[in-house]
Design a protein around this ligand. Structure first.
Ligand SMILES: Cc1ncc(COP(=O)(O)O)c(C=O)c1O
Length: 332
């Protein structure tokens, strides 16, 4: 009847996304932020929600600086501690528990099945930002989550030419109906052309994700222990604190995102980023081209990101070129 409510171009992409996530249904949004915000917009003032300290920074900012002053009761938990999540969930009885795994930009891992058990115990809805994992590696709904969110701008589209978001649901709950209403009535819908581009991108999702995982693992293993690096943060490395849980809930790889922390500090991290040639210095992630950014500069004042951290999104270029590029940029 009217494209703000529905359109056959959304139906096709939504059906594919629902199938990839083993979901009852999926909804496309105008961005990942729009999809994430919808989960909280349907709550009434005073509702309590539990969200991670370490998460996509712009969404944490929206929750704390926009939604909280308008009545959302936001509590933060420590991503690295399931005990902290459990204790705060039991004490606060939140309506929504949000997790992001692997979480930007240190790739902390949260145990989805364990978080789902806690959510069920306290009667909360568990929503998972699974952007970095993609449905190729993790299916949060199979692990007990109620909702999964992707910034489809990233791996799902994969070509840095669409801004899009998606929510997928395990059941056709009342909350899901409210979210559907919020999208249509609030107008946060994707355009049909973007939905078509997204379908184009998803045709190669499995190939792109496999290539990125393989190269990221090689890069992380190659540079772990390098004299100029204090940390190589990658869930595929046994040294990563979340490795055991990642190995349990991610199948076929650990994703294409790596962060490097440079021993000499902030300026060295910025200089390293500027010297890269194959990796382009740009924000965003999950596309065919490899990207690098000094994350604290991008996030700006109030960032929780360490100043010596460079975030790498590994694309599909030849891994030898990527390794040589990082090596020359570390050399200086
Ligand atoms: C993990 C994660 N979640 C959500 C978002 C927000 O998505 P979008 O840029 O499509 O609004 C981003 C964007 O960078 C992200 O990296």
């Amino acid at each position: 009847m009217y494209s703000r409510a529905d359109n056959p171009s959304y139906d096709q992409a939504e059906a594919l996304l629902a199938s990839l996530e083993h979901a009852k249904s999926a909804l496309l949004f105008s961005s990942g932020q729009g999809a994430s915000a919808a989960v909280f917009q349907v709550l009434l003032p005073g509702a309590r929600v539990l969200v991670p300290r370490n998460m996509y920074w712009a969404f944490r900012k929206w929750l704390l600086e926009f939604a909280a002053p308008r009545g959302l009761n936001v509590e933060l938990y420590d991503n690295s501690s399931l005990d902290d999540l459990a204790a705060k969930a039991r004490a606060g009885k939140p309506q929504v528990i949000w997790i992001e795994t692997p979480a930007n930009p240190t790739w902390d891992i949260t145990d989805i099945a364990a978080a789902a058990a806690i959510a069920r115990e306290v009667g909360a809805m568990l929503a998972v930002d699974s952007t970095a994992a993609t449905p190729m590696l993790t299916r949060p709904l199979d692990l007990g989550a109620h909702l999964v969110m992707h910034s489809a701008t990233k791996y799902l589209n994969g070509h840095s030419d669409v801004i899009a978001g998606v929510l997928a649901t395990a059941d056709d709950s009342e909350a899901w109906q409210r979210i559907r209403y919020a999208r249509g009535a609030g107008g946060a819908v994707l355009g049909p052309f973007e939905a078509w581009l997204l379908l184009r991108g998803m045709r190669t999702l499995h190939l792109r994700v496999a290539a990125a995982c393989q190269s990221a693992m090689s890069i992380a293993a190659h540079f772990e222990g390098h004299a100029k690096l204090s940390h190589v943060l990658y869930p595929g490395l046994p040294s990563h604190p979340g490795h055991a849980v990642a190995a349990k809930q991610m199948r076929g790889g650990f994703g294409g995102m790596i962060s490097l922390r440079l021993k000499p500090g902030e300026q060295a991290a910025k200089d390293f980023t500027a010297r890269l040639r194959v990796f382009k210095r740009a924000t965003s992630l999950g596309s065919v081209e490899s990207l690098a950014e000094h994350r604290a500069s991008v996030e700006g004042p109030g960032t929780l990101c360490p100043a010596d951290l460079v975030r790498l999104s590994v694309g599909i270029e030849h891994v030898d070129d990527l390794i040589a590029d990082i090596a020359q940029a570390l050399q200086g």
